[in-house]
Write a protein that binds this ligand. Sequence first.
Ligand SMILES: [Mg+2]
Length: 222
Amino acid sequence: MVKVIPKNIRAIIFDLDDTLIPTRKFIEPRFKQIADFLKDPSAFGELVSLWEEKTSKYPYLFDDFCKSRGLPKDMVVKMVKIMNSGETFEISLDPDVKSVLSYLKNHGFVLGLLTGGNLVRQKAKVKSLELDRWFSSVMYAKEYSSKLSSAPFKAVVDSLGVKFEETAFVGDDPVNDMKPPKLLGAFCIRLYGEEFSFDRSCDFSDLEINSFNELREIFQGV
Ligand SMILES: [Mg+2]
């Protein structure tokens, strides 16, 4: 495991969910809305437990929930709609995260963002978090394909005018955030976020960190 950041790094590209903001901060209020919609307060706890068990990578969370409750299948569509709709969301960046991003930007690094997931939802999150203040480029993987392909990674690196060898990627998913950029030559930093922290194996990271704050020290000497 490499512990030193290459001196030629000029750009840092971040994942959004569970990297810049805990997924729980977004997902719990949505589950609360779904429970209100169903007029069933116990739905909230059940959805949280299901999500904790399956992670947000699991595509059948609401299908499983509806099946276990004997709810009709068309409820899944309604629940997904509640998850994703909204011009903005009541979410904000942690002051420590803001401080680290400002430090890195002021230190001369070009910052980019690459996020996967539902386009409408992720765009509303980016707007709500006012990420334009820090990021020179914001890319949505779904506009290309997904984070399983190299296309969105190439797009965000190109948009910043740098090479992969000059770029560090920071993300929490040990595969989706790390594998494509690693294979393309970037330096990959895995953050142990809440969702995937159980998975301590990662074949594609150069450095692993437990908190976003560690980035300040890591990039200090670059
Ligand atoms: Mg993530």
